[in-house]
Design a binder for this molecule. Structure first.
Ligand SMILES: Cc1ncc(COP(=O)(O)O)c(C=O)c1O
Length: 367
């Protein structure tokens, strides 16, 4: 048993196995380091997992979001509804198009965008809604589709935290008209940095590939019919990402076990709200978010005991300096969650000793 006094527990920790290292070496041996065989393999493997017809690998989840909004033609004068509880990248993608972000409140239980609040915020300028799979679970996609479908508004799934979860039996990261995920270092599956865009539309797949690579016509080198970016992914990163995804079930099963152990170990704490999984959802458990009053104090006390936590996120996006001008009305649920949410350490290699240490420390702090 590890001495508790010496424990240093991060909130997230990537697991990099031997096969990742071997595949990276193989890239160097092949002397082809970007947009090669490994990127293609990653695209095929990942789209198979999420059940999407097409998958385009890019160098970040943010790049994937940017392309997603371009594919559906968001531009100046359009409004895009995003959850008030979001990572800044989600809202930034709207500003990149010179469109207007409109903030919707979140659901009390899942902390994902609330379909009723979406409906309340729709105007004749609303072009799309971006829904985040907060912490690894889905919003009520059926209810969202009911609200959007009849009005012809597009749904983008920001599945940066969602890969591995499912909604009513269907994998996350393919619930939107366009969906994206992130392979950032702290995510469940990482390629160091990276992301992917998923769609069932062949035309969008083709355009996404062009935007990723400076708008180049794939059949005519150095001819650029559309404005693009350098959003290309390296083969080294793709090789790492692919090896990660080959451990898909093992990693997700372990996270589910960890989440369950937290839920059992912390169930006696009346002052803490534990995460709830909505009916029909399979949670990916990217985060294990609890709600506590005195959150900042608890986080500091845990830190002093060697336990790192994560606050996703500390304020509604409309309170960020560059978003204040887009404030319309307070999103009271999102506001409350930002003041109380604390995400506990969860990672593939977390040991029972480490997790029991987190649980026991919390119990002694809060009882
Ligand atoms: C909800 C959400 N969307 C988008 C992103 C952006 O992904 P990336 O960091 O790969 O650009 C993140 C990253 O953490 C995220 O949490």
């Amino acid at each position: 048993m590890q001495d508790r006094g010496s424990m240093k527990i991060p909130w997230a920790k990537p697991y990099i196995g031997r096969s990742e290292l071997e595949e990276v070496k193989a890239c160097f041996d092949r002397s082809w380091l970007s947009m090669g065989q490994k990127v293609e393999e990653l695209e095929e493997f990942a789209s198979g997992i999420v059940g999407s017809s097409y998958g385009v690998a890019v160098n970040s989840g943010t790049a994937a979001l940017d392309i997603a909004l371009k594919l559906i033609g968001v531009g100046p004068g359009d409004e895009v509804i995003v959850p008030a509880l979001a990572y800044i990248a989600t809202a930034n993608a709207v500003l990149y198009q010179q469109a207007r972000p409109v903030f919707a409140d979140i659901d009390e239980k899942s902390y994902c965008i609330c379909p009723k609040s979406v409906e309340h915020n729709i105007t004749d300028k609303t072009k799309a809604v971006i829904a985040i799979d907060y912490a690894g679970q889905a919003p009520d996609y059926n209810a969202l589709r009911d609200v959007l479908g009849k009005r012809g508004i597009f749904l983008i799934e920001d599945g940066a935290p969602g890969l591995g979860g499912s909604y009513r039996g269907k994998p996350l990261c393919s619930r939107g008209d366009v969906s994206i995920t992130s392979f950032h270092m702290a995510k469940i599956f990482t390629s160091v940095e990276g992301g992917m865009l998923f769609t069932d539309k062949q035309q969008w797949d083709a355009v996404a590939r062009m935007i990723r690579s400076q708008g180049e016509d794939p059949s005519l080198k150095y001819h650029h019919p559309v404005l693009g970016h350098n959003y290309r992914m390296s083969d080294i990163y793709a090789a790492i990402g692919l090896e990660q995804l080959k451990r898909f079930d093992a990693v997700l099963n372990k996270r589910a076990v960890l989440a369950q152990h937290y839920s059992q170990g912390l169930s006696s704490l009346n002052s803490m709200v534990l995460p709830r999984v909505l009916d029909g959802n399979k949670h990916a458990w990217f985060l294990y978010p609890v709600l506590v009053s005195d959150r900042d104090k608890i986080a500091a006390l845990l830190k002093a005991e060697g336990i790192e936590t994560n606050i996703s996120w500390p304020m509604p996006v409309y309170e960020q300096k560059i978003y204040k001008q887009y404030f319309k009305e307070e999103c009271s649920v999102a506001k409350r969650i930002t003041q109380t949410v604390l995400c506990l350490p969860i990672y593939y290699e977390m040991t029972e000793d480490e997790q029991d240490y987190v649980i026991d420390t919390l119990v002694s702090l809060l009882r």
